[in-house]
Design a protein around this ligand. Structure first.
Ligand SMILES: Nc1ncnc2c1ncn2[C@@H]1O[C@H](COP(=O)(O)OP(=O)(O)OP(=O)(O)O)[C@@H](O)[C@H]1O
Ligand SMILES: [Mg+2]
Length: 240
């Protein structure tokens, strides 16, 4: 029995809701959605944490422009705050160096990060999930017992195949699914809705491909004015 597992339960006990933003496939907007959601909830006055669980290519710090703030050690690690969001990421330990880890080492790093981070009282902890449908999802479910999933997809058939697998895993493990967001929509179509009908999960919204987004990454003022963030602001009531 790993003693850190008990510590994790204690570290998370004062967090009202744990929301993992996943989808299995890479590059579909998980990090952007997680960051925009954390930002929106924080603006609404909620106490929010954001945990970047992507150990291979962490990106929430790039999207939010996190610079010059560092965790504080105090019987554990206190996450630094940016725009009212308590932020924790592997970047504080790996910096910009590549951190190619094997499965078991990633699990250990997740356990370590969850065991040392003192989130304190939070209304929401948003978890930016890495791509993949294996260890990371299973570890998240195992370690964050009350976690709920927000699923991101695109219209791509390739993406949808992976998303369906994620939904099946979550359904089998009886993990609550808040709903699905279709991202990077190029044209109106009911394809995603139809394809996911069998899962009976709420379809929350479709977000169009936003050409101005790339230029706004890392600049919170620009980012807040993008159609993408405005869209998340509109649909946040369906999530919170
Ligand atoms: N609606 C959108 N319109 C335009 N660009 C978008 C949109 N959503 C996401 N992007 C862009 O797509 C890229 C990938 O997004 P993001 O990093 O959030 O994906 P991800 O699913 O977290 O990827 P990974 O699995 O690699 O972590 C980013 O450059 C982001 O700005
Ligand atoms: Mg990501």
């Amino acid at each position: 029995m790993d003693p850190r597992l008990n510590i994790i339960d204690k570290r998370l006990e004062n967090i009202k809701r744990l929301i993992a933003v996943g989808g299995g496939k890479g590059g579909i907007g998980k990090s952007l959605t997680a960051s925009a959601l954390a930002l929106t909830l924080s603006k609404l006055g909620y106490k929010v944490g954001l945990l970047d669980l992507d150990f291979c290519s962490p990106s929430a710090h790039i999207i939010l422009g996190v610079k010059g703030i560092y965790p504080k050690e105090e019987k554990g690690i206190i996450p630094p705050e940016i725009y009212g969001i308590r932020f924790m990421s592997i970047i504080y330990y790996a910096e910009d160096n590549p951190s190619p880890l094997r499965g078991i080492d990633i699990s250990n790093a997740i356990i370590e990060l969850l065991a040392i981070t003192q989130w304190g009282e939070l209304d929401f902890l948003i978890v930016d999930m890495p791509p993949g449908i294996g260890d990371s999802i299973l570890d998240t479910i195992r370690l964050m017992k009350r976690v709920e999933f927000l699923i991101i997809t695109t219209q791509s058939k390739v993406v949808l195949e992976t998303v369906k697998k994620v939904l099946k895993i979550l359904r089998e493990l009886k993990v609550p699914i808040i709903g699905v967001i279709e991202n990077m929509r190029l044209a109106k179509s009911s394809f995603v809705k139809e394809e996911l009908k069998e899962f009976n999960v709420p379809f929350l919204s479709a977000i169009d491909f936003d050409k101005s987004l790339e230029d706004s990454l890392g600049d919170i003022n620009k980012l807040s004015k993008t159609d993408f963030v405005r869209h998340i602001e509109k649909l946040v009531d369906k999530i919170k």
